[in-house]
Design a protein around this ligand. Structure first.
Ligand code: ATP
Ligand code: MG
Length: 265
């Protein structure tokens, strides 16, 4: 179990994470949703140990990791910008971490992962020869071969298109379940968060706006911010799709939803 206790992070006088406390049971998938700049990446970085906390505790299976260095925490991350090694090809990027930890995955497991992520034909390519979605899959493979205790993913699906996105979502779920891997995923997409995860953490201005199961977020959003930020986005998406099937449905500009929401708040 991963416990975050009164986490606070400030850059100078700018408080970016403000008293975040929550528990993630082992093996669960948690999505973090929230507007740009609300502190999602910072939260992943403090859990990883890349960014030092201002105050608070990070506890894993009862052990306080707050001052344990990143490499000894046993957590791993897929960064928002992938952070691949440009001088190595795709395959060497994938197996890079195994140089110091040879037993993390067997060669057969590495092979399975390469097939799972559809990377076989790209293995000898340089990083600058890969598309955004291919880079993203290399970054996911590179992290998964290390079988981390906690897997942190910063917008791992943003550069992937429809069907590949759906299949990688399923793979992340399968891998998380298979290895009982605690997984924390940052996303901008409410539909992705609600369909992928066991629990959703909604951040607003560095504070927890709601932390609950997807069905609770849908049926009992705790504030008008959540209604506007999550539910209105989902409604707009749904209506856009329905309109494709039913051309008589009037087009409702996004602003109208926001005005309706503001009026009812
Ligand atoms: N190293 C840093 N020094 C100073 N301020 C920082 C630093 N890193 C992040 N911030 C600030 O902290 C806030 C939160 O940034 P963060 O990257 O966590 O946002 P985010 O929710 O991941 O946004 P996005 O959805 O755009 O990726 C921003 O205002 C950002 O400018
Ligand atoms: Mg971010």
């Amino acid at each position: 179990m991963l416990e975050l206790v009164n986490l606070k992070k400030a850059f100078g006088s700018h408080v970016v994470l403000d008293d975040i406390s929550l528990t993630v049971p082992t093996g669960e998938i948690v999505s973090i949703l929230g507007p740009s700049g609300c502190g999602k990446t910072t939260l992943l970085n403090v859990i990883l140990g890349l960014t030092e906390l201002t105050s608070g505790k990070i506890i894993y299976d009862g052990v306080d990791l707050s001052s344990v260095p990143m490499k000894k925490r046993g957590f791993n991350i897929v960064f928002q910008d992938f952070a691949l090694f440009p001088n190595l090809n795709a395959y060497d990027n994938i197996v890079y971490g195994l140089r110091n930890n040879k037993n993390a995955s067997t060669p057969a497991e590495v092979n399975d992962l390469i097939d799972l992520l559809n990377l076989r034909e790209h293995l000898s390519k340089r990083i600058d020869e890969l598309s955004g979605g291919q880079k993203q899959r290399v970054a996911i493979a590179r992290t998964l071969v290390m079988k981390p205790k906690v897997l942190l993913l910063d917008e791992p699906l943003s550069a992937l298109d429809g069907l590949i996105k759906e299949s990688i979502k399923e793979r992340i779920k399968t891998i998380a379940r298979q290895f009982n891997l605690t997984t924390i995923i940052v996303t901008h997409d409410p539909e992705e968060a609600l369909s992928l995860s066991d629990r959703v953490l909604i951040l607003n201005n560095g504070k927890v706006a709601q932390y609950a199961e997807p069905k609770t977020i849908i049926h009992a959003p705790e504030s008008s911010f959540i209604k506007d930020f999550i539910l209105k986005q989902l409604m707009i998406k749904r209506d856009n799709i329905f309109r494709l099937f039913d051309s008589t449905m009037p087009a409702v500009p996004a602003m109208s939803y926001m005005q309706t929401a503001a009026a009812s708040a």
